[in-house]
Ligand binder design. Structure first.
Ligand code: CAA
Length: 265
């Protein structure tokens, strides 16, 4: 199944929804129209029972996303800048909170809004030519699509400040992995296959278990450990009410784990 968008290619096949940001002439820069389309695509994938895992990538071999669209921002007023930031906040939060697993396949430059959208995904895989950075301060603005919040949480305060203050710093995929922005680095030709392999691996687990675990991790990290552990205990209890728990445990005890079938309930 394919969804129609102007700036995105969206295809669902074999349980995997691949969203490709497709503005190669501007290295897949995010303008307001693309941000709105991303929000619509994420909502459609969330609701699509055929889509079990989402992979987000950019078209071409040079760039994942080279940031927000500078040609749109150059003449934008303060309220227009704020509107653009809010549009990204809604779309990226929808991506971050999606109950299905999300994988960023970063196939080149992930700068500004590109680094920021990758951080809203559950997993980031990068090609060996990928470069990450937050160049906004070199343009007279600051990261506005989550960079000042997600980058220090994912790495640490000092690393985030160095990258954001030193706007021209671009780090390699290996360095991004070292600081916690990337799970694995692959040769570019293997990136999408590896992303699909991981997606298929996730599809062996109960989708409901994944949704609850994702909620426990995401909500828990933004609260204190005691509240997080209580949330985990409650969600752990809730998972006992599911058909998937019965299926998983029965298949284990009957030594037929390879036959297990989860329904996400
Ligand atoms: N917005 C609009 N157009 C962009 C763009 C962007 N973010 N990034 C690249 N492009 C365009 C270029 O203007 C160029 O267009 P033309 O062919 O019409 O001149 C085309 O894409 C190819 O780019 P380059 O010729 O610059 O390619 P390069 O290989 O020499 O350099 C690059 C690649 C290092 C990524 C360079 O394009 C670059 O520095 N891009 C801007 C990166 C950036 O500053 N991103 C942050 C944007 S602000 C932001 O994201 C705010 C936020 O928090 C959300």
């Amino acid at each position: 199944m394919a969804y129609e968008f102007k700036n995105l290619l969206v295809e669902v096949a074999d349980g995997i929804a691949v969203v490709t940001i497709n503005r190669p002439k501007s290295l897949n820069a995010l303008n307001s129209e693309t941000l709105a389309e991303l929000d619509a695509a994420f909502a459609a994938i969330e609701a699509d029972p055929e889509a079990k895992v989402l992979i987000l990538t950019g078209s071409g071999e040079k760039s994942f996303v080279a940031g927000a669209d500078i040609s749109e921002m150059v003449n934008a007023s303060a309220p227009e800048g704020r509107t653009m930031g809010l549009l990204a906040r809604v779309a990226f939060k929808r991506l971050e909170d999606m109950e299905k697993p999300t994988i960023a396949a970063v196939n080149g430059f992930a700068l500004g809004g590109g680094c920021e959208i990758s951080m809203a995904c559950d997993i980031t895989l990068a090609s060996d030519n990928a470069k990450f950075g937050q160049p906004e301060a070199g343009l007279g603005i600051l990261p506005g699509f989550g960079g000042t919040q997600r980058l220090p949480r994912l790495t640490n305060k000092k690393i985030a400040k160095e990258l954001i203050f030193g706007a021209d710093i671009m780090i390699s995929a290996d360095e991004a992995m070292r600081i916690g922005l990337v799970n694995h680095v692959y040769p570019q030709a293997e990136l999408m296959d590896e992303a699909k392999k991981l997606a298929k691996h996730f599809m062996l687990s109960s989708p409901y278990s994944i949704a609850l675990a994702k909620q426990a991790i995401n909500v828990g990290l933004d609260t204190d450990i005691d509240a997080g552990l209580k949330l985990e205990a409650n969600l752990f209890g809730l998972s006992f009410a599911t058909a998937d728990k019965k299926e998983g445990m029965t298949c284990f005890l009957e030594k037929r784990m390879k036959e297990r079938k989860f329904i996400g309930k």
